[in-house]
Write a protein that binds this ligand. Sequence first.
Ligand code: SF4
Length: 502
Amino acid sequence: MQPMITSEVVVAYAQCPRKAYLLLCSPDKGEPHEYVHILEQQRRENQERYIDHLQQTHADVQPYSLQHLHKGSAVLINAHLQVDGFAAQCGVLTRVEGTSTFGQYRYEPSLFVGTYSMTKEQQLELSFSGYLLERLQHTSPSAGSIIGIDGKSHTVRLGDSANALRPLLEPLHEWITVDAPTPPPLVLNKHCPLCPFQRLCHAQAEQEDNLSLLNGVTARVMRQYEKKGIFTVKQLSYLFKPRKRKKGSRKPPPVTHKVELQALAIREHKIYLQELPELSRHPVELFVDMEGVPDKGLYYLIGVLVCQGDTTEHYSFWADTDQDEHHMWQQFVDMVTQYPDAPMYHYGSYEPRAIAQLAKRYAADAESLAKRLVNVNGYIYGKVYFPVQSNGLKDIGHFIGATWTSPNASGLQSLIWRHSWDTTHNPHYKNTLLTYNAEDCRALQLLTDELSQIQRSADILSQVDFLIGGFSPPEGRLARGFKPPAFSRFLFQSAVKSAESF
Ligand code: SF4
Protein backbone atom coordinates (compact mmCIF):
# COMPACT_ATOMS: atom_id res chain seq x y z
CA MET A 1 0.00 0.00 0.00
CA GLN A 2 1.26 3.48 -0.89
CA PRO A 3 2.08 5.68 2.12
CA MET A 4 -0.10 8.75 2.63
CA ILE A 5 1.28 12.24 2.06
CA THR A 6 0.22 13.92 5.29
CA SER A 7 0.55 17.50 6.56
CA GLU A 8 3.50 16.32 8.67
CA VAL A 9 5.31 15.08 5.55
CA VAL A 10 4.57 18.26 3.56
CA VAL A 11 5.83 20.50 6.37
CA ALA A 12 8.86 18.23 6.78
CA TYR A 13 9.71 18.66 3.09
CA ALA A 14 9.82 22.43 3.55
CA GLN A 15 12.12 22.01 6.59
CA CYS A 16 14.39 19.35 5.08
CA PRO A 17 13.62 17.08 2.09
CA ARG A 18 15.50 14.24 3.75
CA LYS A 19 13.21 14.38 6.77
CA ALA A 20 10.16 14.07 4.49
CA TYR A 21 11.81 11.18 2.67
CA LEU A 22 12.52 9.32 5.93
CA LEU A 23 8.99 9.89 7.24
CA LEU A 24 7.53 8.65 3.99
CA CYS A 25 9.82 5.85 2.94
CA SER A 26 11.65 4.55 6.02
CA PRO A 27 10.19 2.07 8.53
CA ASP A 28 12.21 3.85 11.27
CA LYS A 29 10.27 6.95 12.36
CA GLY A 30 13.09 8.25 14.63
CA GLU A 31 12.72 9.58 18.17
CA PRO A 32 10.42 12.60 18.50
CA HIS A 33 12.01 15.43 20.46
CA GLU A 34 10.64 16.17 23.94
CA TYR A 35 9.90 19.77 22.98
CA VAL A 36 7.85 18.60 19.99
CA HIS A 37 5.84 16.43 22.43
CA ILE A 38 5.21 19.47 24.62
CA LEU A 39 4.01 21.55 21.66
CA GLU A 40 1.75 18.72 20.49
CA GLN A 41 0.24 18.31 23.94
CA GLN A 42 -0.41 22.07 24.12
CA ARG A 43 -1.96 21.94 20.66
CA ARG A 44 -4.32 19.12 21.65
CA GLU A 45 -5.40 20.90 24.84
CA ASN A 46 -5.94 24.11 22.88
CA GLN A 47 -8.14 22.33 20.34
CA GLU A 48 -10.18 20.55 23.03
CA ARG A 49 -10.75 23.78 24.93
CA TYR A 50 -11.86 25.63 21.85
CA ILE A 51 -14.19 22.86 20.66
CA ASP A 52 -15.75 22.59 24.15
CA HIS A 53 -16.48 26.29 23.99
CA LEU A 54 -17.91 25.99 20.46
CA GLN A 55 -20.21 23.20 21.54
CA GLN A 56 -21.53 25.33 24.38
CA THR A 57 -22.08 28.44 22.28
CA HIS A 58 -23.10 27.16 18.82
CA ALA A 59 -26.15 25.10 17.90
CA ASP A 60 -24.94 23.21 14.83
CA VAL A 61 -21.53 21.77 15.75
CA GLN A 62 -21.06 18.30 14.25
CA PRO A 63 -18.21 15.82 14.03
CA TYR A 64 -16.62 15.84 10.59
CA SER A 65 -18.00 13.37 8.04
CA LEU A 66 -18.75 13.54 4.32
CA GLN A 67 -22.42 13.30 5.21
CA HIS A 68 -22.26 16.43 7.42
CA LEU A 69 -20.18 18.18 4.79
CA HIS A 70 -22.93 17.59 2.20
CA LYS A 71 -25.60 18.51 4.72
CA GLY A 72 -23.98 21.90 5.30
CA SER A 73 -23.59 21.85 9.10
CA ALA A 74 -22.39 25.22 10.44
CA VAL A 75 -19.25 23.90 12.15
CA LEU A 76 -17.51 20.58 11.62
CA ILE A 77 -14.97 19.48 14.23
CA ASN A 78 -11.95 17.12 14.22
CA ALA A 79 -11.87 16.87 10.44
CA HIS A 80 -9.78 14.20 8.75
CA LEU A 81 -9.51 15.38 5.16
CA GLN A 82 -8.43 12.72 2.70
CA VAL A 83 -8.14 12.92 -1.09
CA ASP A 84 -6.14 10.76 -3.55
CA GLY A 85 -3.29 9.76 -1.25
CA PHE A 86 -3.19 13.10 0.62
CA ALA A 87 -4.43 13.45 4.22
CA ALA A 88 -4.64 16.27 6.77
CA GLN A 89 -6.10 16.71 10.24
CA CYS A 90 -7.94 19.96 10.64
CA GLY A 91 -9.45 21.02 13.98
CA VAL A 92 -12.48 22.92 12.70
CA LEU A 93 -14.20 23.62 9.36
CA THR A 94 -16.52 26.61 9.36
CA ARG A 95 -19.30 27.11 6.83
CA VAL A 96 -19.18 30.45 5.01
CA GLU A 97 -21.15 31.99 2.17
CA GLY A 98 -20.15 31.05 -1.35
CA THR A 99 -20.63 28.37 -3.94
CA SER A 100 -19.20 24.89 -3.90
CA THR A 101 -19.94 21.43 -5.12
CA PHE A 102 -22.15 21.05 -2.01
CA GLY A 103 -24.43 24.05 -2.73
CA GLN A 104 -24.58 27.74 -1.77
CA TYR A 105 -21.89 27.49 0.88
CA ARG A 106 -18.32 26.37 1.32
CA TYR A 107 -15.95 25.67 4.20
CA GLU A 108 -12.85 27.33 5.58
CA PRO A 109 -10.26 25.52 7.72
CA SER A 110 -9.05 26.39 11.25
CA LEU A 111 -5.90 24.90 12.66
CA PHE A 112 -4.95 24.71 16.34
CA VAL A 113 -1.34 25.14 17.40
CA GLY A 114 0.64 24.69 20.60
CA THR A 115 2.30 28.11 20.39
CA TYR A 116 1.34 31.75 20.92
CA SER A 117 2.86 33.09 17.74
CA MET A 118 2.32 31.81 14.22
CA THR A 119 5.11 30.17 12.22
CA LYS A 120 5.61 29.71 8.47
CA GLU A 121 5.30 25.96 8.96
CA GLN A 122 1.89 26.33 10.58
CA GLN A 123 0.79 28.50 7.66
CA LEU A 124 1.98 25.84 5.27
CA GLU A 125 0.02 23.19 7.17
CA LEU A 126 -3.10 25.35 6.96
CA SER A 127 -2.51 25.89 3.28
CA PHE A 128 -2.29 22.11 2.75
CA SER A 129 -5.64 21.65 4.54
CA GLY A 130 -7.03 24.40 2.30
CA TYR A 131 -5.74 22.51 -0.75
CA LEU A 132 -7.48 19.28 0.30
CA LEU A 133 -10.65 21.18 1.07
CA GLU A 134 -10.45 22.75 -2.38
CA ARG A 135 -10.24 19.28 -3.91
CA LEU A 136 -13.30 18.17 -1.91
CA GLN A 137 -15.58 21.16 -2.44
CA HIS A 138 -14.20 22.21 -5.87
CA THR A 139 -13.60 25.74 -4.76
CA SER A 140 -10.72 27.11 -2.80
CA PRO A 141 -11.29 28.57 0.65
CA SER A 142 -10.25 32.21 0.45
CA ALA A 143 -8.94 32.24 4.04
CA GLY A 144 -8.32 30.07 7.07
CA SER A 145 -7.38 30.62 10.72
CA ILE A 146 -4.64 29.57 13.06
CA ILE A 147 -5.70 29.52 16.72
CA GLY A 148 -2.87 30.08 19.20
CA ILE A 149 -2.82 28.76 22.77
CA ASP A 150 -3.98 32.14 24.06
CA GLY A 151 -7.16 31.56 22.01
CA LYS A 152 -6.26 34.33 19.53
CA SER A 153 -7.27 33.63 15.96
CA HIS A 154 -4.85 34.66 13.18
CA THR A 155 -6.44 34.92 9.75
CA VAL A 156 -4.37 33.65 6.82
CA ARG A 157 -5.25 34.32 3.15
CA LEU A 158 -5.24 31.05 1.26
CA GLY A 159 -6.08 31.76 -2.38
CA ASP A 160 -4.51 29.36 -4.85
CA SER A 161 -2.97 26.74 -2.54
CA ALA A 162 -2.45 24.21 -5.36
CA ASN A 163 0.08 26.38 -7.19
CA ALA A 164 1.95 27.30 -4.05
CA LEU A 165 2.17 23.67 -2.94
CA ARG A 166 3.13 22.14 -6.29
CA PRO A 167 6.94 22.34 -5.78
CA LEU A 168 6.51 20.39 -2.54
CA LEU A 169 3.87 17.88 -3.62
CA GLU A 170 5.42 16.81 -6.92
CA PRO A 171 8.65 15.30 -5.52
CA LEU A 172 6.69 13.70 -2.66
CA HIS A 173 4.30 12.12 -5.13
CA GLU A 174 7.22 10.82 -7.17
CA TRP A 175 8.78 9.14 -4.11
CA ILE A 176 5.63 7.14 -3.43
CA THR A 177 5.10 6.12 -7.04
CA VAL A 178 8.59 4.97 -8.12
CA ASP A 179 10.02 1.62 -7.02
CA ALA A 180 13.28 2.67 -5.41
CA PRO A 181 13.27 6.43 -4.78
CA THR A 182 16.64 8.11 -4.34
CA PRO A 183 17.02 9.67 -0.90
CA PRO A 184 17.88 13.38 -0.90
CA PRO A 185 21.44 14.21 0.16
CA LEU A 186 22.23 14.57 3.85
CA VAL A 187 22.53 18.26 4.70
CA LEU A 188 22.47 19.11 8.39
CA ASN A 189 20.51 22.29 8.92
CA LYS A 190 18.92 24.53 11.54
CA HIS A 191 15.91 22.25 11.92
CA CYS A 192 18.04 19.22 12.97
CA PRO A 193 17.96 19.82 16.76
CA LEU A 194 14.16 19.28 16.73
CA CYS A 195 14.07 16.49 14.17
CA PRO A 196 13.30 12.87 15.14
CA PHE A 197 16.15 11.68 12.90
CA GLN A 198 18.81 13.87 14.46
CA ARG A 199 20.79 11.03 16.03
CA LEU A 200 20.72 8.99 12.84
CA CYS A 201 21.73 11.86 10.55
CA HIS A 202 24.40 13.17 12.86
CA ALA A 203 26.03 9.75 13.17
CA GLN A 204 26.01 9.39 9.39
CA ALA A 205 27.36 12.92 8.90
CA GLU A 206 30.24 12.23 11.31
CA GLN A 207 30.97 8.93 9.65
CA GLU A 208 31.16 10.43 6.16
CA ASP A 209 32.79 13.68 7.37
CA ASN A 210 29.89 15.50 5.73
CA LEU A 211 30.50 19.12 4.75
CA SER A 212 27.31 20.27 6.49
CA LEU A 213 28.87 19.40 9.85
CA LEU A 214 30.34 22.87 9.55
CA ASN A 215 28.00 25.65 10.50
CA GLY A 216 27.41 27.85 7.47
CA VAL A 217 27.54 25.05 4.90
CA THR A 218 24.05 25.02 3.41
CA ALA A 219 22.66 22.77 0.64
CA ARG A 220 23.57 25.42 -1.94
CA VAL A 221 27.13 25.81 -0.63
CA MET A 222 27.50 22.02 -0.57
CA ARG A 223 26.45 21.73 -4.20
CA GLN A 224 29.04 24.34 -5.18
CA TYR A 225 31.82 22.40 -3.45
CA GLU A 226 30.63 19.09 -4.85
CA LYS A 227 31.00 20.52 -8.36
CA LYS A 228 34.68 21.03 -7.49
CA GLY A 229 34.96 17.46 -6.23
CA ILE A 230 34.94 18.44 -2.54
CA PHE A 231 32.75 16.13 -0.45
CA THR A 232 34.27 16.08 3.05
CA VAL A 233 35.41 18.55 5.69
CA LYS A 234 38.93 17.17 5.34
CA GLN A 235 38.96 17.75 1.59
CA LEU A 236 37.59 21.24 2.19
CA SER A 237 40.46 21.99 4.55
CA TYR A 238 42.94 21.78 1.66
CA LEU A 239 41.07 24.42 -0.26
CA PHE A 240 41.95 27.39 1.93
CA LYS A 241 44.07 29.97 0.18
CA PRO A 242 44.89 33.18 1.99
CA ARG A 243 43.92 36.05 -0.28
CA LYS A 244 46.34 38.87 -0.74
CA ARG A 245 44.94 42.34 -0.60
CA LYS A 246 44.81 43.94 -4.04
CA LYS A 247 47.72 46.26 -4.74
CA GLY A 248 46.78 49.84 -4.10
CA SER A 249 43.62 48.87 -2.25
CA ARG A 250 43.42 50.72 1.03
CA LYS A 251 40.11 49.29 2.02
CA PRO A 252 40.32 46.12 4.13
CA PRO A 253 38.31 43.25 2.62
CA PRO A 254 34.88 42.67 4.22
CA VAL A 255 34.96 40.27 7.15
CA THR A 256 33.48 36.94 6.10
CA HIS A 257 33.51 33.52 7.69
CA LYS A 258 35.57 31.10 5.59
CA VAL A 259 34.46 27.53 6.01
CA GLU A 260 37.68 26.29 4.38
CA LEU A 261 39.67 27.86 7.19
CA GLN A 262 37.29 26.40 9.78
CA ALA A 263 37.95 23.00 8.18
CA LEU A 264 41.71 23.60 8.27
CA ALA A 265 41.54 24.55 11.96
CA ILE A 266 39.75 21.26 12.67
CA ARG A 267 42.22 19.23 10.64
CA GLU A 268 45.27 20.80 12.28
CA HIS A 269 43.58 21.13 15.67
CA LYS A 270 44.82 24.71 15.87
CA ILE A 271 43.38 28.16 16.32
CA TYR A 272 43.89 30.17 13.16
CA LEU A 273 43.90 33.91 13.09
CA GLN A 274 42.85 36.04 10.17
CA GLU A 275 42.91 39.08 12.39
CA LEU A 276 44.03 39.63 15.95
CA PRO A 277 41.19 40.10 18.41
CA GLU A 278 41.52 43.59 19.84
CA LEU A 279 39.62 43.77 23.06
CA SER A 280 40.18 46.58 25.49
CA ARG A 281 39.68 45.21 28.98
CA HIS A 282 38.45 47.17 31.99
CA PRO A 283 38.97 47.03 35.77
CA VAL A 284 35.30 46.08 36.24
CA GLU A 285 33.48 43.95 33.67
CA LEU A 286 30.06 42.36 33.46
CA PHE A 287 29.28 39.13 31.59
CA VAL A 288 25.59 38.89 30.76
CA ASP A 289 23.44 35.99 29.62
CA MET A 290 19.65 36.02 29.29
CA GLU A 291 16.98 33.35 28.98
CA GLY A 292 13.49 33.76 27.59
CA VAL A 293 10.65 32.07 25.77
CA PRO A 294 10.78 33.47 22.21
CA ASP A 295 7.31 32.21 21.34
CA LYS A 296 5.82 34.38 24.10
CA GLY A 297 8.33 37.24 23.67
CA LEU A 298 8.98 37.04 27.44
CA TYR A 299 12.17 36.79 29.48
CA TYR A 300 12.57 35.04 32.81
CA LEU A 301 16.26 34.97 33.74
CA ILE A 302 19.20 37.36 33.52
CA GLY A 303 22.57 36.21 34.77
CA VAL A 304 25.38 38.69 35.41
CA LEU A 305 28.92 37.77 36.35
CA VAL A 306 30.71 40.76 37.87
CA CYS A 307 34.50 40.62 37.57
CA GLN A 308 36.72 43.07 39.46
CA GLY A 309 40.38 42.13 39.45
CA ASP A 310 40.60 38.60 40.78
CA THR A 311 37.15 38.55 42.36
CA THR A 312 34.06 37.39 40.56
CA GLU A 313 30.52 37.43 41.83
CA HIS A 314 27.50 35.99 40.07
CA TYR A 315 23.95 37.40 40.24
CA SER A 316 20.78 35.78 38.93
CA PHE A 317 17.60 37.78 38.35
CA TRP A 318 14.70 35.40 38.04
CA ALA A 319 11.01 35.74 37.18
CA ASP A 320 8.83 33.04 38.73
CA THR A 321 5.97 33.92 36.43
CA ASP A 322 5.34 36.10 33.37
CA GLN A 323 4.08 38.84 35.70
CA ASP A 324 7.47 38.96 37.47
CA GLU A 325 9.35 39.97 34.33
CA HIS A 326 9.21 43.69 35.17
CA HIS A 327 10.63 43.16 38.68
CA MET A 328 13.42 40.97 37.28
CA TRP A 329 14.28 43.62 34.70
CA GLN A 330 14.32 46.38 37.32
CA GLN A 331 16.70 44.38 39.53
CA PHE A 332 19.01 43.94 36.55
CA VAL A 333 18.92 47.66 35.63
CA ASP A 334 19.55 48.70 39.26
CA MET A 335 22.49 46.35 39.47
CA VAL A 336 24.23 47.29 36.20
CA THR A 337 23.81 51.01 36.91
CA GLN A 338 26.00 50.51 39.98
CA TYR A 339 28.87 49.88 37.53
CA PRO A 340 28.33 52.64 34.92
CA ASP A 341 31.79 52.25 33.34
CA ALA A 342 31.80 48.48 33.09
CA PRO A 343 31.29 46.95 29.63
CA MET A 344 28.56 44.32 29.40
CA TYR A 345 29.90 41.37 27.42
CA HIS A 346 27.42 39.04 25.73
CA TYR A 347 27.52 36.49 22.93
CA GLY A 348 25.48 36.92 19.73
CA SER A 349 22.39 38.97 18.99
CA TYR A 350 19.96 37.59 21.60
CA GLU A 351 20.89 39.90 24.52
CA PRO A 352 20.89 43.21 22.58
CA ARG A 353 17.45 42.34 21.19
CA ALA A 354 16.15 41.29 24.60
CA ILE A 355 17.53 44.41 26.30
CA ALA A 356 16.01 46.67 23.61
CA GLN A 357 12.62 44.95 23.97
CA LEU A 358 12.60 45.02 27.77
CA ALA A 359 13.81 48.64 27.89
CA LYS A 360 10.97 49.61 25.55
CA ARG A 361 8.43 47.53 27.47
CA TYR A 362 9.38 49.05 30.83
CA ALA A 363 10.41 52.54 29.65
CA ALA A 364 14.11 52.31 30.55
CA ASP A 365 17.03 54.11 28.93
CA ALA A 366 17.85 51.61 26.17
CA GLU A 367 20.55 53.76 24.62
CA SER A 368 22.84 53.96 27.63
CA LEU A 369 22.55 50.18 28.13
CA ALA A 370 23.11 49.42 24.43
CA LYS A 371 26.28 51.55 24.40
CA ARG A 372 27.83 49.30 27.01
CA LEU A 373 27.14 46.02 25.19
CA VAL A 374 30.14 44.21 23.72
CA ASN A 375 29.45 41.24 21.48
CA VAL A 376 32.30 38.77 21.99
CA ASN A 377 31.22 36.87 18.88
CA GLY A 378 32.19 39.97 16.87
CA TYR A 379 35.86 39.35 17.82
CA ILE A 380 35.65 35.80 16.49
CA TYR A 381 33.49 35.86 13.36
CA GLY A 382 35.78 35.81 10.30
CA LYS A 383 38.81 36.59 12.48
CA VAL A 384 39.56 33.77 14.90
CA TYR A 385 38.94 30.16 13.87
CA PHE A 386 38.77 27.64 16.68
CA PRO A 387 39.01 23.96 15.71
CA VAL A 388 35.28 23.33 16.21
CA GLN A 389 32.30 22.94 13.91
CA SER A 390 30.52 26.17 14.80
CA ASN A 391 31.12 29.51 16.47
CA GLY A 392 28.44 28.70 19.05
CA LEU A 393 29.38 29.44 22.66
CA LYS A 394 28.94 25.76 23.59
CA ASP A 395 31.22 24.49 20.81
CA ILE A 396 34.02 26.99 21.47
CA GLY A 397 33.40 26.83 25.23
CA HIS A 398 33.95 23.07 25.36
CA PHE A 399 37.16 23.51 23.38
CA ILE A 400 38.61 26.10 25.77
CA GLY A 401 37.65 24.12 28.87
CA ALA A 402 34.25 25.52 29.89
CA THR A 403 31.90 22.97 31.39
CA TRP A 404 28.15 22.63 31.79
CA THR A 405 26.60 20.49 34.52
CA SER A 406 23.83 19.17 32.26
CA PRO A 407 25.27 17.22 29.34
CA ASN A 408 22.41 18.34 27.08
CA ALA A 409 22.53 22.03 28.06
CA SER A 410 21.31 24.18 25.17
CA GLY A 411 18.86 26.95 24.39
CA LEU A 412 16.33 24.37 23.21
CA GLN A 413 16.71 22.32 26.39
CA SER A 414 16.22 25.48 28.47
CA LEU A 415 12.74 25.84 26.91
CA ILE A 416 11.88 22.35 28.15
CA TRP A 417 13.17 23.13 31.66
CA ARG A 418 11.20 26.36 31.78
CA HIS A 419 8.06 24.60 30.57
CA SER A 420 8.54 22.00 33.34
CA TRP A 421 8.98 24.83 35.86
CA ASP A 422 5.84 26.61 34.62
CA THR A 423 3.74 23.46 34.90
CA THR A 424 5.13 21.99 38.17
CA HIS A 425 7.02 24.77 40.01
CA ASN A 426 9.43 22.05 41.06
CA PRO A 427 12.59 23.86 42.34
CA HIS A 428 14.76 21.31 40.54
CA TYR A 429 13.96 22.97 37.19
CA LYS A 430 14.61 26.45 38.49
CA ASN A 431 17.98 25.38 39.92
CA THR A 432 18.89 23.62 36.68
CA LEU A 433 18.16 26.82 34.75
CA LEU A 434 20.08 29.02 37.20
CA THR A 435 23.08 26.71 36.95
CA TYR A 436 22.90 26.56 33.15
CA ASN A 437 22.71 30.34 32.88
CA ALA A 438 25.57 30.90 35.35
CA GLU A 439 27.69 28.41 33.41
CA ASP A 440 27.01 30.31 30.17
CA CYS A 441 28.22 33.52 31.88
CA ARG A 442 31.38 31.76 33.04
CA ALA A 443 32.00 30.29 29.58
CA LEU A 444 31.69 33.79 28.15
CA GLN A 445 34.21 35.15 30.63
CA LEU A 446 36.58 32.28 29.86
CA LEU A 447 36.26 32.91 26.13
CA THR A 448 36.87 36.65 26.55
CA ASP A 449 40.00 35.89 28.59
CA GLU A 450 41.12 33.39 25.95
CA LEU A 451 40.78 36.06 23.24
CA SER A 452 42.77 38.52 25.33
CA GLN A 453 45.43 35.90 25.85
CA ILE A 454 45.59 35.34 22.07
CA GLN A 455 45.77 39.10 21.59
CA ARG A 456 48.70 39.37 24.01
CA SER A 457 50.67 36.29 23.12
CA ALA A 458 49.51 34.87 19.78
CA ASP A 459 53.08 34.77 18.51
CA ILE A 460 54.25 32.47 21.29
CA LEU A 461 51.20 30.25 21.79
CA SER A 462 51.92 26.89 20.17
CA GLN A 463 48.26 26.13 19.39
CA VAL A 464 47.72 29.47 17.63
CA ASP A 465 48.84 30.23 14.08
CA PHE A 466 48.43 33.19 11.78
CA LEU A 467 47.08 32.49 8.35
CA ILE A 468 46.91 35.91 6.91
CA GLY A 469 47.10 37.15 3.35
CA GLY A 470 47.84 40.82 2.95
CA PHE A 471 47.32 41.37 6.67
CA SER A 472 49.53 43.87 8.42
CA PRO A 473 49.80 43.29 12.13
CA PRO A 474 49.27 46.34 14.28
CA GLU A 475 52.50 48.25 14.76
CA GLY A 476 52.43 47.86 18.47
CA ARG A 477 52.70 44.12 18.00
CA LEU A 478 55.97 44.46 16.13
CA ALA A 479 57.38 46.36 19.05
CA ARG A 480 56.46 43.45 21.32
CA GLY A 481 58.34 40.95 19.17
CA PHE A 482 55.55 40.01 16.81
CA LYS A 483 56.92 37.65 14.14
CA PRO A 484 54.80 37.64 10.95
CA PRO A 485 55.05 38.71 8.06
CA ALA A 486 57.84 36.10 7.53
CA PHE A 487 55.90 33.58 9.60
CA SER A 488 52.73 34.49 7.79
CA ARG A 489 54.49 34.02 4.44
CA PHE A 490 55.61 30.59 5.53
CA LEU A 491 52.05 29.61 6.47
CA PHE A 492 50.77 31.07 3.26
CA GLN A 493 53.21 28.97 1.28
CA SER A 494 52.51 25.80 3.23
CA ALA A 495 48.76 26.26 2.77
CA VAL A 496 49.22 26.69 -0.98
CA LYS A 497 51.46 23.60 -1.01
CA SER A 498 48.80 21.61 0.83
CA ALA A 499 46.18 22.74 -1.65
CA GLU A 500 48.38 21.74 -4.56
CA SER A 501 49.20 18.32 -3.18
CA PHE A 502 45.52 17.62 -2.58
S1 SF4 B 1 18.23 15.40 11.27
FE1 SF4 B 1 18.49 17.17 9.98
S2 SF4 B 1 19.29 16.36 8.06
FE2 SF4 B 1 18.42 14.66 9.18
S3 SF4 B 1 16.37 14.49 8.41
FE3 SF4 B 1 16.29 15.74 10.23
S4 SF4 B 1 16.42 17.85 9.53
FE4 SF4 B 1 17.09 16.52 7.84
